[in-house]
Design a protein around this ligand. Structure first.
Ligand code: AMP
Ligand code: GLY
Length: 415
């Protein structure tokens, strides 16, 4: 029987812990730091997800059989390298391989070199050169900070003025730190997330999901970290799936090996189905959040076995139920802008509600503790049924400071 440590403390990690808790091979789960929902299934440690040394020591001292890492920040710090150097089995990419997410420039250069379909781009460090380029390029245009910026480093500029402000923020005022920007051709079409387990050149697809980035119904309001997700995707044909796998995900895994950065873990393709074919918007080096919370509940095979198989270079068994799963984020009023924390929540300790940002206060009550707070998941034979059930589940949660979308997945079934 195995002891597993999950690094992270959001909805994604709650879903990973939940899936692990169903494995007959797993005896005990720890989480660093976990959250109030994860605490119902695992022992939460007083260690932050970026405290690499403490995590390695804990894993060594407690004979942990497997560490699964959720957040990009931990990966970019080289947590996998540190764990493996200490002889601990760890699921995730090395620091060098995680660059595919941490550096937009790295990812774009790799795609360009290996002819992996993506938007045209140029890289700039100088504000004057960047703005001169934008002035002769089509608008809208897309401006991306070259580094981790907590999902805020991308500006889809609909006017020259917006583009100019973004360039000033990133190159003159160093809003996210001193660095480079990638200026990209604007693409249009539905986006989708294709997560694959990868070990070197071997790619094992998970079921696809779609995130909903805008804050309000009908895709209105500001961009967020994601307000809901569903899986599987009716708008992806078998041909689309094969193209995404054979022309994007497998060539990318091979390119990483070829260039000396072999990838292990979840390679996440953020893809767009444009009129001119499927193209890469971004790669992530980890499970998506909130996509994981709708994909893992559909997994019917043992996730612990799959993680170990990937770490050991073997073929994992992955089987899925054929239901539609929909999840709705309950976010703090004000998110993605400023919001207050500490509001009491009732009705959220249920198996199909993942906690994204919660904690217990000094009275033991569950309270809000982040921008995105909860994720309510339901499944059904149709998307419409799953949406209805997910909304009903949301209505059982009581908290005065939360809001949510009601239309997750609706575009796919509303005519
Ligand atoms: P990223 O962090 O690279 O995923 O970008 C965040 C969001 O910006 C994406 O999910 C897209 O909605 C949008 N975006 C990024 N790149 C492009 C592009 N080339 N064309 C249109 N929209 C984009
Ligand atoms: N859902 C988008 C992400 O995980 O980056």
């Amino acid at each position: 029987m195995a002891k597993v440590l999950v690094v992270g403390g959001g909805g994604r990690e709650h879903a990973i812990v939940h899936a692990l808790s169903k494995s007959k091979k797993v005896e005990k789960i720890f989480a660093a730091p976990g959250n109030a929902g994860i605490a119902n299934l695992a022992e939460c440690l007083n260690i932050k997800d970026t405290e690499v040394e403490k995590i390695v020591s804990f894993a060594k001292d407690n004979a942990i059989d497997l560490v699964v890492v959720g957040p990009e920040a931990s990966l970019a710090l080289g947590i996998i390298d540190a764990l493996r150097n200490a002889g601990i089995k760890a699921f995730g990419p090395t620091k060098a391989a995680a660059q595919i997410e941490a550096s937009k420039n790295f990812a774009k250069d790799l795609m360009f070199k290996y002819n992996i379909p993506t938007a045209r781009y140029e890289v700039f460090t100088d504000y004057k050169e960047a703005i001169d380029y934008v002035k002769v390029s089509p608008i809208p245009t897309v401006i991306k900070y070259d580094g981790l910026a907590a999902g805020k480093g991308v500006v889809v500029a609909m006017t020259l003025e917006e583009a100019d402000n973004a360039l000033k923020d990133m190159l003159l005022d160093d809003k996210f730190g001193h660095g480079k920007v990638v200026i990209e051709e604007y693409l249009e079409g539905p986006e989708f997330s294709f997560m694959c387990f990868v070990n070197g050149e071997n790619v094992y697809p998970l079921e696809m999901a779609q995130d909903h980035k805008r804050a309000y119904d009908n895709d209105l309001g500001p961009n967020t970290g994601g307000m809901g997700a569903y899986s599987p995707l009716p708008f992806i044909t078998q041909e689309d799936y094969e193209y995404a796998l054979n022309e994007i995900m497998i060539p990318t895994a091979k390119a990483m090996v070829h260039d000396g950065y072999p990838f292990t873990g979840v390679l996440y393709g953020g893809l767009m189905k444009t009129k001119r074919g499927i193209k890469v918007i971004e790669f992530n080096a980890r499970f998506g959040d909130p996509e994981t919370e709708v994909v893992l509940p559909r997994l019917t095979s043992d996730i612990y076995d799959a993680f170990v198989a990937i770490c050991d270079g073997k073929t994992p068994t992955l089987t899925w139920d054929d239901n539609y799963t929909i999840g709705i984020v309950l976010a703090s009023k004000g998110y993605p802008g400023d919001y207050k924390k500490g509001y009491v929540i009732e009705g959220a300790d249920k198996e199909n509600i993942y906690h994204m940002g919660t904690k217990r206060n000094e009275n033991g009550e569950l309270v809000t503790n982040g921008g995105r707070v909860l994720f309510a998941v339901a499944s059904g034979k149709t998307l419409e049924e799953a949406n209805k059930k997910a909304n009903e589940l949301v209505d059982t949660i009581k908290c005065e400071n939360l809001f949510h979308r009601t239309d997750i997945g609706a575009k796919a079934y509303r005519k």
